[in-house]
Design a protein around this ligand. Structure first.
Ligand code: C2E
Ligand code: MG
Ligand code: MG
Length: 547
């Protein structure tokens, strides 16, 4: 055996500390690497057509292990073929090994939160499923959670705040799952907590006693995770919705279990947020119904199943016709009329909202321009078109609006765009779009006021011209003092800010009279007319003028 000084240096020995024999060197090899090493050497002695190439750990003089790679071959044989001499090089591969380790860790870990990632989780679920099959009585649960306002936090406060929120969520989650947490008495079972994407976290509870254990953990997590987060100067409130699949209803592969838990989570969101829902197989059908509606919606545009109806607005003081609101309709070949409340969210989720919005804008502008009163009236009536939040994020929106007006010879002053999301005001992109619309000369109306996040105190921050008091307020104005006071305050505030007011969903003479008394400018509702197709609307207006 021979080696150079550099080799000794790497391993930290003096030349006289190491016997130069095969046995002495073998004694340095890590026990776990020894057997494969000897096997590789023997193979090389038998057949040297392929060089030996292997990394093993050798004991450094200090006691720690050093990864070295040996590449060598038999270079001399006797006439009978016996190996006489081997030569090769040894390389310090410590750095590569560290990198490999890091890569393996990275492949298993979510970098942001340092939690295990999706592949680790899927593996663990797979094992739980296998154990469930082999061992009667063994039960597990998968908790799928999603944060209810994460996207808005990310969009409005920036990604670094969003990242920090995720880190805090991860650490709260781990703290509350830690054994010994006095609030979960059941926390003696093992778990894997993973982050599998954006704001999606999953906890696998192993070896639970029953569904109730999963429910206890879920409600504890919801409590802990819903407490406000402080991130720098920001205070963020973000509640969690959880979907639970337990072994009772678990599918037989990990992907399907995760998908079912996601379905239950979606159900939790849909039915109120900040809660948990246990998965039931019937939920799968609801989801497939949404998927098929989505497919049908893709065809609806081409097959002319979509059309626009118009509901008149009247001046509450004079009773005069004041304008129309365009409302989208879908005549589904099998289902009949599908409500926009049902299909607009689907269009937003599957990216069809842009095309749908274009269709409404163009159709409504064309139909409105063709109505005889569009330009003839003294106070020319307005056309209102609804915009969804997703449309406000589409880059071409302002140009589309301008094109639709120009193509139909309408002036910007005749168009009103209705928007609902007041949180939009905190979002720089949306706010810029709203201002650009206003710069065209097109008016903005804040729809469904009173129902969402909108509040009186932030009304002045929004570049709107009108406020539409939501139908739910109007319908209770005569019976609920609370609603009446809010409507009064809204109208007063709007007047102070120089904004027009519209009351939605007026169904009775009483409501119309009350709104007029409160000083509301315009009204809209079944009392005056339901939404009508364009020719019927024209007839309605003419009949009113004659009357
Ligand atoms: P919205 O903009 O608040 O529209 C008012 C809704 O109230 C309409 O329902 C209308 O038909 C209904 N309505 C009007 N008067 C009365 C009444 O006296 N009583 C009752 N019970 N209801 C009344 P619709 O057409 O089903 O639309 C629902 C929502 O769907 C709209 O609320 C709007 O947010 C959305 N939407 C409709 N069309 C479009 C569209 O073209 N684009 C977008 N983005 N959203 C639309
Ligand atoms: Mg509207
Ligand atoms: Mg409304």
């Amino acid at each position: 055996m021979h080696c150079n000084d550099r080799m000794l240096e790497i391993l930290g020995y003096q030349r006289d500390q190491l016997g130069m024999t095969f046995q002495a060197w073998n004694a340095l090899i890590h026990p776990d690497d020894f057997t494969p090493w000897i096997a590789a050497v023997k193979a090389q002695l038998r057949d040297s057509t392929v060089p030996l190439r292997m990394s093993v750990r050798l004991k450094h003089a200090s006691g720690r292990w050093i990864w070295m790679m040996f590449v060598g071959a038999v270079v001399d044989r006797s006439t009978e073929g016996r190996a006489l001499r081997m030569a090769g090089v040894a390389m310090d591969v410590q750095a590569q090994k560290a990198m490999e380790h890091e890569l393996r860790h990275a492949a298993r870990t979510d970098e942001l939160t340092q939690l295990p990632n999706r592949s680790v989780l899927l593996n663990a679920i797979e094992q739980a499923i296998a154990r469930g099959r082999a061992q009667p009585g063994y039960q597990f649960a998968v908790l799928f959670m999603d944060f209810d306002r994460f996207k808005q936090v990310n969009d409005t406060l920036g990604h670094s705040v969003g990242d920090e929120l995720l880190r805090q969520i991860a650490s709260r989650m781990q703290d509350s799952l830690r054994p010994g947490d006095s609030l979960i008495q059941t926390s003696d079972f093992a778990h894997v907590a993973a982050r599998i994407g954006g704001d999606e976290f999953v906890v696998l509870l192993d070896d639970i006693r029953g569904d109730l254990d999963a429910e206890i953990v879920a409600s504890r997590l919801i409590d802990v995770l819903s407490m406000p987060y402080s991130i720098g100067v920001h205070r963020v409130v973000s509640s969690a919705s959880i979907g639970i699949v337990t072994s009772t209803h678990a599918a037989d592969d990990a992907d399907s279990v995760l998908r079912d838990a996601d379905i239950a989570m979606y159900e939790a969101k849909r039915t109120g947020r900040g809660r948990y829902v246990m998965f039931e197989p019937s939920m799968r059908h609801q989801v497939s119904a949404t998927v098929s509606l989505e497919n049908d919606l893709r065809q609806a545009l081409e097959q002319h199943q979509l059309f626009v109806v118009y509901q008149p607005l009247v001046n509450l003081g004079s009773g005069e016709f004041a304008g129309v609101e365009a409302l989208l309709r879908w005549r589904h070949p099998q289902r009949g009329l599908v409500s926009p409340v049902e299909f607009i969210p689907i269009a937003e989720a599957c990216g069809l909202i842009g095309a749908l919005g274009q269709f409404v804008l163009q159709t409504a502008c064309r139909a409105f321009a063709a109505m005889p009163f569009a330009t003839a009236c003294s106070k020319s009536p307005s056309l209102a078109v609804n915009l969804s939040r997703a449309q406000l994020r589409q880059p071409g929106l302002v140009a589309d609006v301008q094109d639709a007006l120009r193509a139909n010879g309408l002036s910007p002053q005749q168009l009103v765009l209705e928007v609902t999301e007041s949180l939009a005001a905190q979002d720089a992109v949306v706010l810029a779009t709203l201002h650009a619309i206003r710069e065209l000369g097109v008016a903005l109306s804040l729809d469904d006021f009173g129902t969402g996040y909108s509040s009186l105190s932030c009304l002045h921050e929004l570049p709107v011209n009108y406020v539409k008091v939501d139908r739910s307020f109007v319908s209770q104005a005569e019976t609920s003092a609370y609603h009446l006071v809010l409507i009064e305050a809204t109208i007063r505030m709007a007047q102070t800010l120089g904004l027009g007011t519209v009351a939605e969903g007026i169904e009775t003479q009483g409501q119309a009279a009350l709104m007029a008394t409160l000083g509301c400018d315009k009204g809209q509702g079944y009392l005056f007319s339901k939404p009508l197709e364009a020719p019927d609307l024209v007839a309605w207006v003419l009949a009113r003028v004659v009357a």
